[in-house]
Design a protein around this ligand. Structure first.
Ligand code: F6R
Length: 622
């Protein structure tokens, strides 16, 4: 989604803005722009289509733009094609391209989100003599702010508040007013935005990595709030113009965690960070061999009262929900339903009043997941969020939060956040099982001990990654790949298949192995790669039979199983072994080779691993 960065302070703004925007590149974008103010001078606006480096070249890395106050933007097109004209910042005047529009403009702004009623507002503004140069909804908002500012001869806070009351949709808005030099004005509804301060300087950004290098002290601006940023100071207002007091929060992530640290891509770095992310997440709730969930609203009584669990999420987070469903139902015997947030929010779900809705999200900003959470709350159902980004919208709105400790995840394709979400699911399952009398103390301790061995086992798999690289190099021309498995293995197939298609652009499908004969098997041709995942003892033979079926139709087989199952080599053409673990936790290990496969396939096809086409890291619009 779009990335926003703003800065006001002692230093030259443009290089800081470009640096921040570069750190938001993973959010995906198709054009970029800057607006810089030098003292009382009107804003100078520079925009370009395409990668950020074009904008950097055009401005000599920002050095040609003089001024200590500015806003920047990377755009991911929603309204209007990717072009220089549609790129942000947008101005309230008539942008002629010669710069005169910027000079005349009172308001210049950037925006992340979608304004749903922009057509109706545009009609209104046309009647009042405004002309439009772009197809964007952002230009409409900027002009609406200008309209109220002039009509009521008022101050920025009031003009922005009047605009917020009129617009429908989601937005993080960042603006400068010609008559208020040295100030940046921001407003937010349902789109992420944080404000940082340090040493007489103030930063605003749509995500933490953009400002982590400069400060870890941040304010979270709430929904329907406005803020004025001046050097080192921030004043917050509500819609009535009353000043709101806010506390400064310290972000624990360190700046290095948002750098590549010697790896060629963030994705590979994050794959290697999984042992630590997993062990940090375990350590956050396991104390002296016991799982403590009281802090997240799950004391014994609350756990005993849960009638149903509904896990709601999108993409890979949904896939962890599928694994968690198997584990909770098997260990704790609580009925679990897993749903895609985009479906759940519109399907008028019937939820039991003693149920628990668990939403899972790395970013904490995914629009559908946030909407699903709000729906559950409206229905009076207790909510728990498994979230990675502290202070994100989902984290703030859920009744309770189980924070995964993955640290910043930059690559678009999730790896370490996925792994920590699995861990959170297991920890809930184990504790629920004990409290509800489904397992005894001995089993409880065994499971917790086994969980503690997962990080080392992941490390062991990573030690052998070159073998997977070698195999994948031979598959660089694959057209279609099928992942098959049963139970938890099927859940892992969903993730393996997504990893492959999203970064390698190779068509792949995950199939419950038993479903193949109901249609899909007709797609198997000579040489089609089929990956069988077999980590569940009871289901092992059954999946082997399905592998034999596809092999007899020409499939080329890869088996992914635990050490000891060497007889798989009679069936599979190539086998990857993972260390043995309790079968409930096998997804944490079997997913690692599949992540590596997606990664190496993408590299071997010469693709942009960290920033796959058409994708954005956090999907803050529907
Ligand atoms: C895939 C991936 C996405 C996300 C999904 C949900 O690699 O990262 O499928 O899992 O967009 O995002 P969050 O977890 O931020 O809600």
């Amino acid at each position: 989604m779009c990335g926003i960065v703003g800065f006001v302070g002692k230093h030259q703004a443009a290089p800081i803005l470009l640096d921040g925007l570069a750190r938001l590149e993973y959010r995906g974008y198709d054009s970029a722009g800057l607006a810089i103010r030098n003292g009382e001078e009107p804003a100078e606006v520079v925009k370009s289509k395409g990668r950020l480096k074009i904008l950097a070249e055009k401005t000599d890395n920002g050095n040609s733009l003089v001024g200590n106050c500015g806003i920047g933007h990377t755009r991911w097109a929603t309204h209007g094609e990717p072009s220089k004209t549609n790129a942000h910042p947008h101005v309230s005047g008539n942008c002629t391209g010669s710069g005169s529009g910027e000079v005349e403009s009172e308001v210049v702004g950037v925006h992340n989100g979608i304004i749903e009623n922009f057509k109706e507002l545009k009609e209104k503004l046309l009647k009042h003599g405004y002309a439009f140069y772009s197809q964007t909804d952002t230009e409409v908002v900027v002009k609406l702010v200008d309209y109220y500012y002039k009509k009521y001869n008022t101050d920025p806070a009031d003009a922005i508040a009047k605009t917020m009351v009129r617009v429908r949709g989601s937005y993080a808005l960042c603006m400068m007013f010609k008559s208020h030099p040295g100030e940046i004005w921001v407003a937010r509804k349902d789109s992420p935005m944080i404000i940082g301060v340090s040493n007489g300087e103030t930063f605003v950004a749509s995500d933490v990595p953009a400002i982590l290098k400069y400060t870890r002290n941040v304010y979270y601006i709430g929904n329907m709030e406005i803020a004025r940023l001046t050097p080192g100071e921030v004043t917050f207002f509500n819609l009535d113009g009353d000043v709101i007091e806010k506390k400064l929060t310290e972000i624990k992530w360190d700046a290095k965690s948002a750098e590549k640290g010697g790896f060629e891509h963030f994705m590979m770095k994050e794959i290697h960070e999984q042992p630590k992310a997993v062990s940090d997440t375990i350590a956050s709730v396991v104390k002296d061999g016991r799982i403590e969930l009281e802090n997240i609203g799950l004391d014994e009584e609350a756990i005993k009262n849960i009638s149903h669990i509904y896990i709601v999420a999108c993409g890979s987070a949904y896939h962890t929900g599928v694994v968690t469903q198997y584990v909770i139902e098997d260990l704790a015997k609580i009925p679990v339903r897993v749903e895609l947030a985009s479906e759940f929010r519109y399907r008028k779900p019937l939820l039991d009043k003693n149920g628990l809705v668990i939403v899972v999200s790395q970013s904490g900003e995914t629009a559908d997941t946030l909407a699903a959470l709000r729906l559950a709350k409206e229905k009076g159902i207790k909510t728990l969020a498994i979230v990675n980004v502290v202070g994100s919208s989902i984290a703030r709105e859920a009744d309770n939060v189980f924070y995964t400790l993955a640290g910043p995840e930059i690559a678009v394709a999730t790896t370490k956040a996925y792994s920590t979400q699995l861990i959170a699911g297991y920890l809930l399952a184990i504790q629920f099982a004990l409290v509800r009398g489904q397992i005894d103390e001995e089993k409880y301790s065994l499971l917790i001990t086994e969980l503690g061995t997962i990080p080392k086992k992941i490390e062991k798999i990573l030690e052998d990654k070159e073998r997977i690289q070698w195999f994948v190099a031979k598959q660089a021309n694959a057209q279609d790949v099928f992942f098959i498995g049963r139970g938890i293995d099927y859940a892992v197939c969903l993730e393996g298949s997504l990893k492959m298609k999203e970064i390698s652009y190779v068509h792949s499908e995950a199939y419950a192995a038993g479903e193949l004969k109901h249609g899909t098997i007709s797609l198997i041709e000579d040489g089609t790669l089929v990956i069988g995942v077999l980590t569940q003892g009871e289901l092992y033979e059954k999946t082997v039979s399905n592998m034999v079926e596809v092999k007899s139709r020409g499939a080329y087989l890869m088996g992914l199983t635990s050490y000891g199952h060497y007889e798989i080599e009679d069936t599979a053409n190539f086998t990857v072994y993972i260390p043995k673990t309790d079968e409930h936790f096998s997804a944490s290990l079997s997913v690692i080779p599949l992540q590596l496969m997606g990664y190496y396939l993408s590299v071997s096809r010469g693709l942009d691993v960290d920033k796959p086409r058409n994708l954005a890291k956090s999907v803050t619009v529907e």
